[in-house]
Ligand binder design. Structure first.
Ligand SMILES: N[C@@H](CCC(=O)N[C@@H](CS)C(=O)NCC(=O)O)C(=O)O
Length: 218
């Protein structure tokens, strides 16, 4: 099984799919392609019609969207373990995951993931609203799970994969959060899979100009 991903410093969508494979120790070959280069598009020909990463190739099955990859891995290799078991809780986890997958556009545009950087940023009202909503989600979930697993639904789930890049964005741009939401940040940042992705990102040197935002903090 191969997972095509982008630069670890910048590729938010790649991180989500990579995390589920890594968290559950599912063997896979990582194929890392440099975003915004001709090599990237050359290598993806015949692999994915979207020409985007992440894309998972499992023999004849090609899956080219981060959430679809998580669902595929969950169904095919995890017997459903990567979502909460109870129907109502699973529905909430899916709603939260989809809220991230399809929304928070201002935050995504204004605060690119840039793991190696430490930046000061002026954000729009729309972006502040996105940050406040994410803080609300994390706070609400931590009220139930801070002392009971520390992930959004206690045990790690696909909802946590969806929010992993936001955790790294908040770190880069020094976003201040309430103590409950900070507990969630800590859970995510101290996870060995996340640490391993961050360590690899820090070894990269490529610059994707469009993802460089804010003012360097020295
Ligand atoms: N909805 C897709 C989005 C994938 C996506 O936009 N990937 C970016 C990298 S993080 C990409 O491949 N960009 C290359 C391009 O747009 O040309 C997902 O969830 O996987």
């Amino acid at each position: 099984m191969q997972l095509y991903i982008g630069n670890k410093n910048y590729s938010t969508w790649s991180l989500r799919a990579w995390l589920i494979l890594e968290k559950y120790n599912i063997p896979f070959e990582e194929v890392k392609l440099p975003l915004d280069t001709s090599v990237f598009y050359e290598r993806l020909k015949g692999i994915t019609p979207s020409m985007k990463v992440p894309t998972l190739v499992d023999q004849n099955t090609h899956v080219w969207d981060s959430l679809a990859i998580c669902e595929y891995i969950n169904d095919t290799y995890l017997s459903g373990d990567a979502w909460p078991r109870s129907g109502a809780t699973k529905a909430k986890a899916r709603a939260i995951a989809c809220e991230m997958h399809s929304g928070f556009n201002a935050l995504r545009n204004e605060m690119p993931m840039n793991i190696r950087a430490k930046r000061r940023l002026t954000t729009s009202d729309a972006c502040k609203k996105d940050i406040a909503r994410i803080e609300q989600i994390w706070t609400e979930q931590m009220a139930h799970f801070a002392d009971n697993g520390g992930w959004l639904f206690g045990q790690w789930s696909i909802a946590d994969a969806m929010f992993a890049p936001v955790v790294l964005r908040f770190k880069t741009y020094g976003i201040e959060l309430n103590p409950q939401a900070r507990i969630y940040m800590e859970t995510a940042l101290s996870c060995p899979a996340m640490k391993s992705w961050v360590e690899a990102a820090l070894l990269e040197h490529d610059i994707v100009a469009i993802d460089e935002a804010g003012e360097e903090i020295v």
